[in-house]
Every structure is written in C-alpha cells, then in structure tokens.
Design a protein around this ligand. Structure first.
Ligand SMILES: Nc1ncnc2c1ncn2[C@@H]1O[C@H](COP(=O)(O)OP(=O)(O)O)[C@@H](O)[C@H]1O
Ligand SMILES: [Mg+2]
Length: 354
C-alpha cells in the first residue's frame, strides 16, 4: 500500500548495494564531543548504525541524548570528533546530510492553528516534494499514522499521541533515508506510547529506513530497538542488542524484597544464598538481589527469613531488564533518576482520542 514511499535505496556509505552484500553504515559517529563553555555535555562518543537498523540512545535526563541528535542532524556545531550521515560529513556537507534525514525534535513543533493536512502540506512544500507526489505521499502517510479521518482537524484540538503521530508523518514527507526521533513518547499515556511504537514498526516494515531514537523508557528501547547505546553523563557506557546487554549482567533474575526486623548482617547472609551474584540494600528494608536461579534463591531466601525470624513485607522475582543493565554499568537506577527528573507529570490535553 505504501510501496511508493520507499526511501532512495541505492548505494550506501561503504559502496555496498543495500539489496545485497554487507549493510553499509547509515550513521558513523567518532569520538564526538560537545562543550558548552567549560561543561562537557557529550564526551567522546563513538558508534555506528547500520542501514535499516533501529538504534536506541537510552539514558536519563541530561545524559546528552538531545545534544547528540542535534550534532548528528547539523542543528548545532560539534566541538570535536566527527559524524557522517549516509556518508556525508555533518560539518563539511551539512546540506547533503539535511536532504537525507527526517528529524522529530523533542518538543512538539507542528503549527497549532493549521489542520493535520495543512501541516503535512507545508512541510512537503518546504522540502520541494513535487505536487503530484506530495498528494499521494500525504494520503499514504495519513493512513500509516492512522490520522486519515482527522485530516481536517485543527492541530490544537489533538491529543498528545495524535500530535506525535502527525509529527512522525511530517518527518517522513520527503522520504528520508534516516529518521531521527528525540523522545517521541515522553509525556504520552501508555496507550498512546504503544500506538507510536506500532506506528514506527509499521513504517519500518514498509520502507527502507534507518531509525535513531532516544528514549528513557527501558521497555520501549527493549521492544523497539535492534541495538541500544546506553549513555550517561555524556559518555557511552554500553552498546549492544537488548538481549546481549541483559545477558552481560551477571544473574538472570532480579529479586526485590522488603524485610522487617532484619539483623545487621542480613545483606551478608543474603549474599551467601545459592546462585546470588549481587545484593544491594536500598534502604527501608528493601533489597535488590541478582541471581542466576530465581526460584531456588527465592526458596532459600524464604527459608532463611523464617529461620531468622525476619518478616517478608514484599517479594517479587523478575527477569533482568535494561534497568538492571543500567544499574550494572552506572551503579544507579534509571527509574530513580527519572523520578527525580520527571517529578512533575505532563498535563494531558483534553482533546480528541486516542
Ligand atoms: N544550550 C546549552 N547550553 C548549556 N548546557 C546545555 C545546553 N543544552 C544542553 N545542555 C546541558 O547538556 C547536558 C545534556 O543535555 P541534553 O543533551 O539535553 O540531555 P538529554 O537529552 O539526554 O536529556 C545537560 O546537562 C544540559 O543541561
Ligand atoms: Mg533530550
């Protein structure tokens, strides 16, 4: 249905044909640095993204994700290092880079007084999409993001999720080969978040597109991304597939338990339980235990609590998640960082649903 939207295919940066041979790199970032005065926001980050990949930059607020995207998309100058997008250097060939990419910035930027269709049209004209192609492309994109029946609605009447979907469509009107999305789901309710994921997966399945997405949602990165780079304080701390990242953390289950009347050496005793690889005391009787065998450790834990007269107020056993990966590499919990950063809740617009 949207075959017309195929990206410009062709040869990639390494000269390999995108249909055969090894995949070329769509993005090559080498030792990139951004300083604001004395402050280093991005501190020597390197990575490559292959054509067709969905690559995630995962990290807490202030990690440097938006700064990285702004450098890769030519919006701010880089302090040191280099970035090549579809083979074009961001410093030497910024126009060539801009023609190849679509960008969805973190802030919502569509014009509130225009309708959905008008917003799309203006962008298509801005990018010189020929009139005939423009019409067909917009029809198809409206379908893809499920906004056809709202095409004449003013943007200010839309819910946050619908506005995001409009912006995703808008970022694709000129059939870019590489699509940058900066926190496309932040502030959305869970249902809208899932619909944005589905939209992105749908778009990917219909065209040749490389996607670089930033997020602080671990479940989102886990579900959407082929590979994830975890960034913290401007540095890349880990990079791999979600499965490999999780496998790199010792232990395959996480037990979170809250105890009552635990003795002073309780943490040491927990460490001695079978298969336990690490124990972290998080205060208020809460312990986080990594283990290679969740069920055996849980049984042993309950037995020793009973023996020691220690009460168990809560107990949960889970598979390791990207949150555990974050803890492993940074010593902090991503969700705690986020609770600090997003202590306020973004107000939901009373608007059209969903
Ligand atoms: N224009 C700027 N001037 C000074 N500091 C900035 C500027 N933009 C971002 N920063 C700082 O750089 C760091 C990284 O910011 P940012 O890239 O927005 O992080 P993220 O997108 O991961 O939340 C933060 O500490 C932020 O305060
Ligand atoms: Mg940001």
């Amino acid at each position: 249905m949207i075959t017309d939207l195929h990206a410009n295919g062709g040869t990639g940066t390494n000269g390999h044909d995108s249909a055969g041979g090894p995949k070329a790199n769509a993005i090559e970032v080498e030792n990139i640095v951004k300083k604001y005065g004395d402050f280093t926001a991005v501190d020597g980050v390197s990575f490559q993204v292959k054509e067709g990949e969905i690559f995630g930059l995962l990290g807490p607020n202030g990690a440097g994700k938006s700064t990285l995207i702004r450098m890769m998309t030519t919006l701010i100058p880089i302090t040191a290092g280099s970035a090549r997008i579809a083979g074009h250097d961001v410093e030497r060939e910024p126009d060539a880079v801009r023609r190849t990419i679509g960008v969805i910035p973190q802030a919502l930027t569509s014009d509130l007084d225009l309708t959905i269709e008008e917003n799309l049209n203006i962008y298509a004209k801005l990018y010189d999409v020929p009139a005939k192609k423009r019409k067909a492309t917009i029809e198809e994109l409206l379908e893809v993001v499920d906004l056809t029946k709202w095409r004449s609605a003013q943007t200010k009447t839309l819910s946050g999720g619908m506005r995001r979907r409009l912006e995703i469509a808008r970022g694709l009107v000129h059939s870019p080969r590489i699509f940058f999305l900066d926190e496309p789901t932040t502030g959305l309710d869970p249902v809208s978040r899932v619909s944005v994921w589905e939209m992105l997966t749908n778009i990917k399945s219909h065209r040749e597109l490389t996607i670089l997405i930033t997020t602080h949602y671990m479940d989102e990165a886990d579900r959407l991304c082929d590979r994830i780079a975890i960034v913290d304080h401007g540095k890349l701390v880990a990079l791999d597939t979600p499965a490999a990242l999780k496998a790199s953390v010792p232990g395959s289950n996480v037990i979170e338990a809250q105890f009552e009347n635990a003795p002073a050496d309780w943490e040491q005793r927990l460490r001695k339980l079978g298969d336990v690889t690490s124990v972290q005391h998080e205060g208020a009787g809460m312990y986080r235990i990594l283990t290679g065998n969740g069920s055996q450790t849980t049984t042993a834990l309950v037995e020793s609590a009973v023996k020691a007269g220690v009460g168990i107020k809560s107990l949960s056993v889970q598979n390791t998640t990207l949150d555990d990966v974050f803890v492993h590499y940074t010593g902090r919990q991503l969700r705690d960082e986020l609770q600090k950063a997003y202590a306020f809740v973004m107000p939901q617009r009373p608007g059209l649903q969903p």
